[in-house]
Design a protein around this ligand. Structure first.
Ligand code: IMP
Length: 204
């Protein structure tokens, strides 16, 4: 007789704590917008967001800016071997605006090993922007392998982060604040375990 496979459901939801609340995010983005504006020299910059994780961040950041800005998007796919990033990255959706001679600010969700960003900066640099700067929502310096230059950092943490655009296996991007996952292995075993957070909009 063929028995259905047994699915082991973890008894406890992997713990996730609020790392950065909606209010903290709003406040920090206001500070970043002021800082970026102070560094701008006249002509409208291009805010170049790396899909998909930085979409919420881009949307809030540009709305906090006073002057005119252009926005554009690019999408990359990273090749991972044995779950680890290799730095082998491919552009799957390219920028549409010509960046030559423009002030470009790359909007990243997270810089972790730094491999993705390093690839991206090398590629963009060949297109001769006037200036090329980087603004990341999260900096995770602990796992860094290469050190691409970062001009603006929203928050620093070592945790695995979900929410506010950041995902785990495509989930939780629409959580309006960021949580740190205490037990990533438990979440991998049950990727929906944090679903209750999406329903109970309460972050504390
Ligand atoms: P790296 O800097 O090349 O290692 O990769 C950075 C990318 O890894 C980010 O753009 C995210 O897509 C992903 N990533 C790294 N850490 C996290 C995290 O804590 N939560 C969600 N995605 C992450």
């Amino acid at each position: 007789m063929n028995l259905p496979p047994v699915r082991i459901i973890p008894q406890t939801v992997p713990l996730a704590e609020t790392l950065f609340s909606q209010e903290q995010i709003r406040h920090r983005i206001g500070e970043l917008a002021i800082q970026i504006e102070e560094d701008l020299e006249g002509s409208p910059p291009i805010f170049l967001a790396v899909l998909k994780g930085s979409v919420m961040f881009l949307a809030d950041l540009v709305r906090a800016m006073k002057g005119q800005v252009d926005i554009d998007f690019l999408s990359i796919s990273s090749y991972a071997a044995a779950g680890e990033r290799t730095g082998v990255v491919r552009i799957v959706k390219d920028v549409e605006i010509l960046i030559e001679g423009r002030d470009v600010i790359v909007i990243e969700d997270i810089v972790d090993t730094g491999l993705t960003l390093a690839f991206l900066l090398r590629t963009l640099q060949t297109r001769n922007p006037k200036t090329l700067r980087v603004c990341t929502l999260i900096d995770k310096p602990v796992r860094r392998i290469v050190e691409p230059p970062i001009d603006y950092v929203g928050f620093v943490t070592d945790s695995y982060v979900v929410g506010y655009g950041l995902d785990f296996k495509g989930r939780y991007r629409n959580l309006p604040y960021m949580v740190g996952v205490d037990d990533v292995a438990a979440l991998a075993a049950d990727p929906d375990a944090l679903k209750p957070l999406l329903h109970g909009a309460d972050e504390d």
